[in-house]
Design a protein around this ligand. Structure first.
Ligand code: FMN
Length: 325
C-alpha cells in the first residue's frame, strides 16, 4: 500500500500510486482536533475530500483523548474514507509531549482504550487498523510493550497493524529492524490478524525480499514512493513472478510528471501546486540522466512558463533528455 506520509500522501500522490497499482492508499495523519474543527470548505477539500476514483482509501487519525478521537474517526467515515488507521507511531517531539502518536507505544492501557473506543464506535463494515513502531526506545521495559499491544489490539477487533521497525526515539535514523517485524507477524498471525511491514523500502526488489523473509501480509511503501509511483508497478510485477519492468524513459517520466502536476494544480491552483509539487519534482529528477542540473532547475522555477521550459529542454529533446538550459 501507499503509506501515510505527512506533507506528501495527499490526493494527487495517492491517485498516482493507485494508477500504478497500489491496491490501497492512506492519507497523511490528521490530528483529531483538526478533523473536528475543519469546516467543509477549502481545507476539507484539500485534505479530506474522497472521490470515487480514490477507493479504497484510508484516513489516519492521531490523538490522546478517546472523547476527541472517536468523533474524529466518525467524521472521517462521513467524509467517505473506507478504513480508519490510528497513529501510535509519530515521533515528532511536540506530538509526544501531548501524549499522542508514538507516546502511546509506552502507554499500553491508554492505547488500548483509544482503540477499543474507536472500534466500538465505528460501523462494523469499517476496518480499524493501527500504525506502530517497534518500541518507544531501546529500553527493555518499553520493548515488552509491543507484544502486549498487539495482543490487546487483535482481541478488541483491530483488523491489521503496520509495523515500522524503528523505535520512536530513532525517528528515521539507522536501519529498520525487519527481524522484529518477522516476529510480530508470527505473533499476529497466531491471533488471526494481518500484519504489514514498513521501513527502508526503496525498491520493489527490497520490498519483495522483506515480504518473503518476514511473511508479512503486505508492505507500506513510504519514502520510496515519493516521485516514484513506478515502485508499485514494479512490485506488482515481481510479486506476480514477472520480470522487473524497465525504468521509465525520459518521455514516460514527463508524462507521469505532467499527470501528477495536473492533479495537483486542479486541487490547489498553480501557486500552491508549485510548493507541493517541487518536493516531488526533486525526486522525479532522480530518474533523469542529468539529475543534478535538473534538480537545480526544479528548485528555481517561478512560473508555468519556466516550468514548461524545463520540461522542453530536459524532457522533450529527442536524445533522452540530454539538452540543457
Ligand atoms: C516525511 C515523512 C512523513 C511521514 N508521515 C507519516 C504519517 O503521517 N503517518 C504515519 O503513520 N507514518 C508517517 N511516516 C512514516 C512512514 O509511513 C514509514 O513508516 C517510514 O518512513 C518508514 O518507511 P520508509 O523507511 O520506507 O520510508 C512518515 C515518514 C516520513 C519520512
Amino acid at each position: 500500500m501507499q503509506a501515510a506520509l505527512s506533507g506528501y500522501s495527499d490526493a494527487p500522490m495517492r491517485r498516482m500510486a493507485k494508477r500504478f497499482g497500489a491496491p490501497f492508499t492512506l492519507c497523511e495523519v490528521f490530528l483529531d482536533q483538526f478533523v473536528l474543527n475543519v469546516s467543509k470548505k477549502r481545507k476539507a477539500r484539500f485534505y479530506l475530500a474522497v472521490k470515487e476514483c480514490d477507493h479504497p482509501c484510508g484516513a489516519q487519525v492521531m490523538g490522546s483523548d478517546p472523547n476527541e478521537i472517536v468523533p474524529a474517526a466518525l467524521r472521517l467515515v462521513e467524509f467517505g474514507f473506507d478504513l480508519i488507521d490510528l497513529n501510535f507511531a509519530c515521533p515528532v517531539p511536540k506530538v509526544l509531549a501531548r501524549g499522542r502518536g508514538g507516546a502511546l507505544m509506552k502507554d499500553v492501557p491508554r492505547a488500548l482504550e483509544i482503540a477499543a473506543r474507536v472500534r466500538d464506535a465505528l460501523p462494523v463494515q469499517i476496518p480499524l487498523t493501527v500504525k506502530l513502531r517497534k518500541s518507544f526506545d531501546d529500553s527493555p521495559e518499553n520493548a515488552e510493550h509491543l507484544f502486549d499491544l498487539l495482543d490487546g489490539l487483535f482481541r478488541l477487533g483491530v483488523s491489521a497493524v503496520t509495523l515500522h521497525g524503528r523505535t520512536v526515539r530513532e525517528r528515521y535514523t539507522g536501519v529498520a529492524d525487519w527481524e522484529i517485524v518477522r516476529r510480530a507477524a508470527e505473533f499476529v498471525h497466531a491471533r488471526g490478524g494481518k500484519m504489514l511491514g514498513s521501513g527502508d523500502l526503496f525498491s520493489a526488489e527490497t520490498a519483495l525480499k522483506r515480504m518473503a523473509e518476514t511473511n508479512v501480509d503486505g508492505v507500506a511503501i513510504a519514502r520510496g514512493a515519493i516521485g516514484n509511483p513506478w515502485i508499485f508497478r514494479d512490485l506488482n510485477a515481481l510479486y506476480a513472478g514477472e520480470p522487473l519492468p524497465s525504468p521509465p524513459s525520459v518521455a514516460e517520466q514527463l508524462d507521469v510528471i505532467r499527470e501528477h502536476w495536473s492533479l495537483s494544480e486542479d486541487l490547489y491552483g498553480f501557486r500552491r501546486a508549485s510548493t507541493e509539487m517541487r518536493k516531488f519534482l526533486l525526486k522525479y529528477a532522480e530518474f533523469h540522466p542529468r539529475k543534478e542540473e535538473l534538480r537545480m532547475a526544479f528548485v528555481k522555477f517561478r512560473s508555468v512558463d519556466e516550468l514548461e521550459r524545463i520540461f522542453k529542454v530536459y524532457y522533450e529533446t529527442a536524445d533522452e533528455g540530454k539538452g540543457g538550459l
